[in-house]
Design a protein around this ligand. Structure first.
Ligand SMILES: Cc1cc2nc3c(=O)[nH]c(=O)nc-3n(C[C@H](O)[C@H](O)[C@H](O)COP(=O)(O)OP(=O)(O)OC[C@H]3O[C@@H](n4cnc5c(N)ncnc54)[C@H](O)[C@@H]3O)c2cc1C
Length: 290
């Protein structure tokens, strides 16, 4: 039976109260939706003496989105909210779609965006699109806050830059230009609650039909989201939708990944999928830009 190891449970109702607990309690874990954490507790992978539930803190549940000003999404915003928010779907479709691919409906109703980032799994669904949108996050601890780029947050398999006593307060998405296109795609074993074999987001900034700038971020091919150096080099200055360029971009991405083989896929298959996703997403962007 999965009987939990005893712990003290705290549910602060203000940010200050939470930060005080995080500063004074040793051996704690932050709890949001619990869809990752409860499994780790039940499997006895972790034995924290204290659990600090941050779901009642107003700042972690705020949501603001305005034309021309981007969006601020509190850390405890659920994956389901991000999936169904029309405003997010309209302005940040790749992120909204990625959030809607996490687990199944029950998981998304409980799971949160901060939890997805802080869990820092190599196949996490949301980091690649957030990085493509140049998202930042506010990390808060007693005595101060810092704003960091999402691209610098995850440092390895279940590792990130969160310090002792620090929590994710919110995620900040800048306003995208009308000429910015971001697409998200993934391949998993089958249409079920299966961890991705590869996921990817591609961003293209256009000047007319010429690619001014580009980004390609891949998940599940390294211990942290892999930001391609070569794909932007191939794409910049070319015409959107040029099939020869698309093929070169796919090869460039494939040359940068060195994935592992595991129960979900072989390394060779993952490399094939990387090429296929680059081609698919660039064709989708070309169609959208027309
Ligand atoms: C059946 C199933 C299927 C799943 N499928 C997917 C999938 O397809 N793709 C995917 O990416 N994930 C998947 N997940 C994982 C999980 O659902 C998501 O990562 C979810 O978004 C985690 O959010 P949570 O609020 O439940 O996190 P929790 O479990 O509460 O916490 C996860 C980690 O984040 C920390 N944390 C939470 N909130 C904060 C905060 N505000 N500040 C600092 N640290 C914090 C916790 O301490 C813990 O270490 C799946 C999980 C299950 C159970």
């Amino acid at each position: 039976m999965n009987i939990l190891t005893p712990f003290e449970y705290y549910r602060p109702e203000t940010l200050d109260e939470a930060l005080e607990l995080l500063a004074t309690k040793e051996d704690y874990k932050i709890l949001a939706g619990g869809t990752d954490l409860m499994i780790q507790l039940k499997e006895k992978m972790i034995h924290p003496a204290n659990i600090i539930d941050v779901t009642q803190i107003p700042e972690l549940n705020e949501f603001a989105i305005k034309d021309g000003e981007g969006a601020v999404i509190g850390g405890c915003t659920t994956d389901a909210f991000c999936e169904f928010s029309k405003e997010l779907r309209d302005k940040y479709p790749a992120f909204s779609i990625a959030a809607g691919e996490i687990g199944g409906p029950q998981v998304r109703e409980m799971g949160t965006i901060a939890g997805n980032l802080a869990n820092s799994g190599p196949s996490a669904e949301t980091p690649s699109s957030l990085i493509c949108y140049d998202a930042k996050m506010t990390l808060a601890k007693k005595g101060g806050e810092r704003v960091v780029d999402v691209k610098d947050f995850i440092t390895g398999n279940r590792r990130n830059i969160l310090e002792e006593g620090e929590l994710i307060k919110n995620i900040i998405l800048p306003e995208p230009a009308a000429t910015t296109h971001v697409k998200y795609g993934y391949v998993a074993m089958r249409r079920m609650m299966e961890i991705d074999i590869v996921n990817m987001s591609i961003r293209v900034d256009l000047d007319g039909d010429t690619i001014k700038d580009a980004k390609c971020v891949m998940g599940s091919v390294a211990i942290r989201p892999l930001i391609s150096e070569k794909v932007p080099e191939v794409l910049k200055g070319t015409k959107i939708g040029d099939e020869a360029v698309i093929a070169k971009a796919a090869e460039a991405a494939q040359s940068e990944v060195h994935p592992i083989s595991d129960i979900r896929a072989t390394a060779e298959y993952r490399v094939d999928v990387v090429g296929a996703l680059v081609r698919k997403l660039l064709r989708e962007i070309a169609a959208e830009a027309k």
